[in-house]
Design a protein around this ligand. Structure first.
Ligand SMILES: *Cc1c(COP(=O)(O)O)cnc(C)c1O
Length: 402
């Protein structure tokens, strides 16, 4: 007869098999138990045929990986503890001392900070290219260039680059492309098949997604994914992931799995409300420029039409405005402070609308010629009713600027 302490650990009860519920079960593990020593020696984690250690995969992480592949049209997926960690995993895996990475000047800021603050000290150089000028990218690709980052739409300023042309240039030069696909979320366009129906298909090599944003949808999870359509490239990324000890918690994976079924509905709702607000902003004299890829005069609109209008025609939930140059920074700050429904905070993709004033001059290597002078404010539009958000913007403009 075992002591009760032992019996509680080695309990014989196993619940019946066949439990079926809409939400998959959550498996948490560092240790995975093998049936025998032989199994321990033979089990292989790299091809997902078995389990060896929690860090290398559980039914919960495999399930999310497969669903994300479906979302983005890829074949393999690696999960990381944040979107930025996903970006770093790509850099760590593919770049070595002496290599160069090219990054669009409007890239997600921390991607640039990673290059400036970490990659440089490892002997990996970087250059920024003008995302609206494919010839600038073509001119900057050198024999040291190993990786080109793409982002559509660009962070904060929301220009939509000529993705097809940028990818064609990289392909012709044999350079890998990695797209930060957080804005498109796998819904606005197909990263691995930018022009569906056109053969041969044109697409990026790697799609990185901050699941923190739309897939989570709650503003309560940090996670990232790296999706590919090439087994050898995936294995390179996965081995780096394994050697670095990157992993994700099962509870966080569960939260993202729970968000996925409503992703398309939420994305469409964010999109529709954002377009309504963008059009309204265009009627306001306080703004010299409204940046939103679906607006005909927004930078890169024709490229948005090419890859997004051909698909479902989506445009996410981000919108930026540039205020008339005569408004002072403190007036713009007062406008942000006066907003009631829009909260002041980073990130996006959750139910709550957010606002951030940016100091653009310090974020770009040159002031983009297509942007008017003035202070830029970015809104990330949540799931509140458009009319309420519009009233909020209106009252804050009134309160702060008159
Ligand atoms: C938020 C974001 C990331 C990083 O995601 P985290 O999970 O916050 O690290 C990367 N790229 C883009 C475009 C983002 O908006």
């Amino acid at each position: 007869m075992q002591e009760r302490s032992t019996a509680l650990i080695h309990h014989p009860y196993a619940p019946p098999e066949g439990f079926a519920a809409p939400q998959p079960g959550v498996f948490k593990a560092s240790t995975v138990i093998f049936p025998s020593v032989a199994a321990m020696r033979n089990f292989e984690w790299k091809d997902k045929t078995a389990y060896t250690y929690g860090l290398h995969g559980t039914p919960t992480t495999y399930t999310l990986e497969e669903r994300l592949c479906t979302l983005e049209g890829g074949l393999q997926c690696v999960l990381l503890p944040s979107g930025l960690a996903a970006i770093a995993n790509v850099a760590l895996s593919l770049l070595r001392s002496g290599d160069e990475v090219l990054i669009p000047d409007n890239a997600y800021g921390p991607n640039k900070a990673l290059a400036e603050g970490e990659l440089t000290s490892w002997g990996i150089s970087h250059r920024y290219y003008d995302p609206l000028n494919p010839q600038d990218l073509a001119a900057k690709i050198s024999s040291q260039t190993r990786l080109v980052w793409l982002e559509a739409a660009g962070s904060v300023t929301l220009e939509f680059p000529d993705l097809c042309e940028l990818v064609r240039i990289c392909r012709a030069r044999g350079v890998l492309t990695a797209l930060d696909n957080t804005w498109g979320a796998g819904l606005a366009f197909a990263p691995f098949d930018l022009l569906p129906g056109v053969e041969p298909s044109l697409g990026v090599d790697i799609s990185v997604h901050a699941l923190t944003k739309y897939p989570s949808g709650g503003g309560d999870v940090l996670m990232g994914s790296v999706i590919t359509r090439d087994a050898a490239l995936h294995m390179k990324l996965k081995l780096t992931h394994m050697r670095m000890g990157f992993g994700v918690g099962a509870n966080d994976v569960e939260a993202v799995l729970r968000g996925l079924p409503s992703l398309a509905l939420r994305y469409r709702a964010h999109d529709e409300t954002t377009r309504t607000l963008a059009q309204w902003c265009q009627t306001r004299c306080e703004f010299v420029q409204v940046l939103h890829p679906a607006l005909p005069d927004s930078p890169g609109h024709e490229h948005w039409r090419e890859v997004c209008q051909g698909g479902p025609g989506h445009a996410a939930g981000l919108l930026s405005v540039i205020f008339q140059a005569h408004y002072s920074q403190s007036q713009i700050d007062a406008f942000c402070d006066a907003l009631k429904l829009f909260k002041i905070g980073y990130s996006w993709g959750g139910p709550i609308s957010l606002v951030v004033p940016y100091k653009l001059a310090s974020m770009r290597s040159t002031w983009p010629g297509h942007l008017k002078q003035g202070t830029l404010v970015r809104f990330s539009v949540g799931l509140e009713a458009a009319a309420d958000l519009q009233s909020d913007l209106s009252q804050a403009l009134q309160a702060a600027l008159t």
